[in-house]
Design a protein around this ligand. Structure first.
Ligand SMILES: [Zn+2]
Length: 422
């Protein structure tokens, strides 16, 4: 496919033509006269978004999502690469399992699928998984996570951090002390959890693990990444650790940037997520940290669930919400439209930095001649009410349903091919 995009504005304000040819950005001056054209006047062109934290549910829960449907949703959200979390069935904890998901991505993906390997066998938290073999496999795994569960054993976490150093890998931690916030914890511990009669999830159950992990990252001189930061206390610890030069990075989810605890009062299980929605003071701390770089990236934690897993009382329903399709919309709404962030910074937080952290070649690159044609065309002013029924995901647990939000993604191109068009 070849396409000449005319008059797009780059994140830095430059107006330019982009010529997509054979999967790369070629010199627009070399485009033949009859080439297909797209008039992008008024639109922004930014590098394709990269997600470090996606649940594609395949293998095992294809009723909730597949590589096909999940990456279709990703393309609609402007993503050209997602990292598929390991908590599938079977768990991605061997080279063979990693290669299987990788092959599914190459065959059925509407964007690049990078495989996240489990840190421990079966996510059981007892024995390290085959980290080196997953790294050496065709899937070239560089990010390891037991996400959904915390690697709570300090010695095991130390060993994992030590092991991944050999290939500059990263351990992405789901920070949740299982004693302070057990499997039933489902509401930010506060006046709300008391009033609603829901088991409390104190913010310190997150921050005590973050504090331990930054110390272990310092001890091993290895890379730790804090998944879905949800509390002001965690932000303070990460800020302190970065000042000391610890190799710690962190992500914020769209939902922790926009939604807060009072939504849980409806007992609508769409709003059940782990870690839980926090109070507005925590939300404010997350926004500030994403703006100043203490939180490095946006990670969606896109977590599709079939209806039968959400149709339960609040404390029993599975936690998780969709995130890929509205991630950019939410970041525009709370960060760009409020003047907290500019477009070049958004590109860092949602494309170049996550690509660098995940060591993904060809992603998060500037839109320049010779670079891979991974990009998204954005209308920064369009708005619409979110309609959960219109989702490309197989699931409908969309927490933004009915909200008026930006509707930014006009078209997405991956490896020079159009993967979404409005
Ligand atoms: Zn997750």
């Amino acid at each position: 496919m070849s396409l000449l995009i005319n008059g797009a504005r780059l994140a830095d304000g430059t107006i330019t033509d982009l010529y997509l040819k054979d999967g790369v950005l070629a010199d627009p001056a070399s485009a033949p006269a009859g080439v297909e054209r797209f008039d992008a006047a008024g639109l922004l062109a930014i590098p394709g978004l990269v997600d470090l934290h996606t649940h594609l549910r395949q293998p095992g829960r294809e009723d909730a999502e597949t590589v096909d449907s999940g990456t279709d949703a990703a393309a609609r959200g402007g993503f050209t690469c997602v990292h598929a979390m390991a908590n599938t069935s079977p768990v991605t904890d061997t080279a063979e399992a990693a290669e299987y998901v990788h092959a599914l991505g190459e065959r059925e993906g509407h964007c690049q699928v990078q495989v996240v390997g489990a840190v421990t066998k079966g996510l059981a938290g007892e024995e390290l998984a085959e980290l080196g073999m997953m790294a050496d496999s065709k899937a070239k795994v560089r990010v390891f996570s037991d996400d959904g569960k915390c690697v709570s054993d300090s010695l095991l976490m130390r060993r994992a951090l030590t092991y991944v150093k050999a290939f500059d890998g990263m351990v992405a931690q789901h920070s949740q002390d299982p004693r302070l916030a057990g499997s039933t914890a489902c509401c930010h511990e506060s006046e709300w959890s008391g009033r609603l009669g829901l088991p409390g999830w104190p913010s310190q159950a997150e921050s005590v693990i973050v504090a331990r992990d930054v110390e272990l990252a310092a001890l091993t001189d290895s890379r730790v990444h804090v998944c879905h930061v949800s509390t002001a206390e965690s932000v303070e610890i990460i800020r302190w650790a970065k000042k000391r030069g610890v190799k710690v990075t962190a992500e914020a989810t769209p939902h922790h940037l926009l939604l807060d605890t009072p939504l849980v009062a409806s007992y609508d299980t769409t709003f059940k997520v782990n870690p839980p929605l926090r109070t507005s003071e925590h939300v404010e701390a997350i926004r500030e940290a994403l703006a100043d770089g203490t939180i490095d990236v946006v990670g969606t934690d896109h977590a599709p669930h079939a209806r039968q897993d959400k149709d339960h009382p609040f404390d029993i329903a599975l936690p998780g919400m969709l995130g890929l399709e509205q991630a950019l919309a939410v970041v525009i709404e709370v960060m760009i439209n409020t003047g907290r962030m500019d477009w070049p910074t958004l590109v860092q937080r949602m494309s170049s930095t996550p690509a660098a952290l995940g060591q993904v070649p060809g992603q998060g690159r500037p839109l320049a001649i010779g670079e891979p044609a991974n990009l998204v065309l954005v209308d920064p002013t369009a708005r619409a009410a979110v309609d959960a029924a219109a989702s490309k995901s197989r699931s409908r647990n969309n927490p933004y349903h009915g909200r008026d939000l930006p509707d930014p993604v006009v078209a997405t191109y991956w490896r020079g091919r159009q993967t979404y068009s409005r």
